[in-house]
Write a protein that binds this ligand. Structure first.
Ligand SMILES: C[S@@+](CC[C@H](N)C(=O)[O-])C[C@H]1O[C@@H](n2cnc3c(N)ncnc32)[C@H](O)[C@@H]1O
Length: 427
């Protein structure tokens, strides 16, 4: 196939002389504009505007509106094409959009970004903005490495930390903003939640409750001595439907009472699917939105004729009835966050071997960075291996969390101690 070359010539034209395309549908937020200014100031123009010739000889933009607008008084390189209006429309609709569909190799992108940062200090903010756009935090290098949860040593760690039900631990954050709080308790219990929140209202709750996966789940249960609540029975992952519904209802109501927004990561499985739907129905007037966690690594279904579960829900609730989809605490610019969180390869933590519903740290950091203010607390009623507290420390938030099982609390305390933090037993 012969491919036509549609470029007639390269001209140099003042930005203000180029005619904006009335069908240009792209809008340019300030951080895109400031990124472009930084780039051009340092590197100069190393790309060209794309235009077609109008009947009166004017040059109408197809691509490069932002450059033309930002640099009205500069002379820009301009590629003049022989495209007609229909062809120009086709390019306008697809040119940038196709480019934006490219997927990224996270490791290569991080490596490239850090090379560029080393060469040019002034690109730091731009690269961080682009990292946000791709959901790839680039400042990880500055963070202490997130230590693995030592689940396999849970019994041993329990002897070290001597955790008992009802204990409240504080863990001073390296940010100097205050302390993280961990309660060995029951998040369906309003008093326990009030105790760990200590009168604060957090921007977000970010959590993953037990999925009630049933007897076959790879879990050793959540044993707590002297438990009063029926939800603290030996295996909270194998409750009857009524008890599981109550667990979801009570923890959610408690979280809504103490947080602006409650993000619940949950998967619909054979054993929980009816309760899951009842749960949505119960809180239907409080649903803000629903997003999806698209998992790069999905475990193939174990039985015949069943979808491989490659995504999980991220439900968002709030206290108001009939809330808008706008999330007041959102930290991202308009149009900058998709409602599909894509996890990279290797996004799992060791606790995943014990329970399929564990968080990769970067998933929680994604939620925290996008939906909570830097000075806000973040609440997790089902801490498990403590990923949310780790992510809070890394993102400069203060974490408040509850875990029922003493031995998992011990795992959490050790994990935080491995980050160089010093947990203190309060009461
Ligand atoms: C799905 S895991 C959470 C995993 C966690 N997101 C992580 O990254 O490790 C659920 C946890 O909730 C705990 N749990 C179950 N019922 C609870 C309750 N009523 N209150 C507090 N924690 C509870 C279990 O012991 C388990 O560790």
């Amino acid at each position: 196939m012969e491919i036509r070359d549609r470029i007639i010539e390269l001209r140099r034209v003042k930005g203000s002389e180029l005619v904006p395309n009335p069908r240009n549908f792209r809008k340019h937020p300030e951080r895109q504009r400031s990124g472009l200014r930084t780039l051009v100031a340092k590197i100069g123009f190393a790309g060209a505007e794309l235009v077609r010739i109008l009947p009166d000889g004017g040059l109408m933009l197809i691509d490069g509106h932002l450059r033309a607008d930002e640099f009205k008084n500069s002379v820009l390189p301009v590629l003049v094409t022989d495209l007609d209006e229909d062809e120009a429309n086709a390019l306008l609709a697809t040119f940038d959009s196709l480019g934006g569909m490219a997927e990224i190799d996270v490791a290569l992108y991080k490596e490239l970004s850090s090379m560029v940062k080393n060469s040019f200090d002034e690109f730091e903010d731009v690269l961080e903005d682009i990292g946000d756009f791709y959901d790839v935090p680039l400042d990880e290098g500055a963070q202490p490495e997130a230590p693995e949860a030592q689940i396999d040593r849970a019994d041993e760690l329990l002897k070290v930390w001597q955790v008992e039900r009802g204990q409240l631990w504080v863990i001073p954050s390296k940010s100097g903003k205050g302390v993280h709080r961990l309660l060995c308790g029951d998040s369906t219990n309003a008093d326990d939640v009030a105790r760990v929140m200590a009168g604060e209202r957090a921007d977000i709750c970010f959590t993953s409750p037990p999925y009630n996966m049933g007897e076959n789940a790879q879990t050793d249960g959540y044993l707590g001595k002297g438990n009063k609540s029926k939800y603290t029975s030996v295996n909270a992952d194998n409750l009857d439907d009524n008890s599981y519904f109550d667990l979801l209802r009570m923890f959610t109501q408690n979280a809504i009472n103490h947080c602006e927004y409650v993000f619940v990561n949950i998967q619909m499985l054979a054993k929980n699917k009816f309760v899951f739907i009842d749960y949505l129905h119960e809180f239907k007037k409080h649903v803000v939105d629903v997003a999806i966690w698209n998992k790069a690594q999905a475990q193939p279904a174990l039985a015949e004729n069943i979808f491989t579960s490659a995504f999980e829900f991220i439900l968002c609730f709030t206290e108001d009835e009939f809330p808008s989809r706008a999330i007041r605490t959102a930290q991202f610019d308009r149009g900058m966050l998709r409602n599909v969180y894509e996890s990279g390869n290797g996004s799992r933590n060791e606790f995943a071997d014990m329970h399929a519903a564990t968080f990769p740290v970067e998933f929680v950091s994604w939620g925290i960075n996008n939906f909570s203010n830097k000075d806000s607390g973040v609440y997790d009623p089902f801490l498990g291996s403590g990923t949310t507290l780790v992510a809070c420390e890394q993102t400069g938030r203060l974490g408040r969390g509850i875990e029922l099982a003493e031995k998992y609390c011990a795992v959490i305390l050790q994990r935080l101690a491995d980050m160089g933090l010093q947990p203190e037993l309060v009461s």
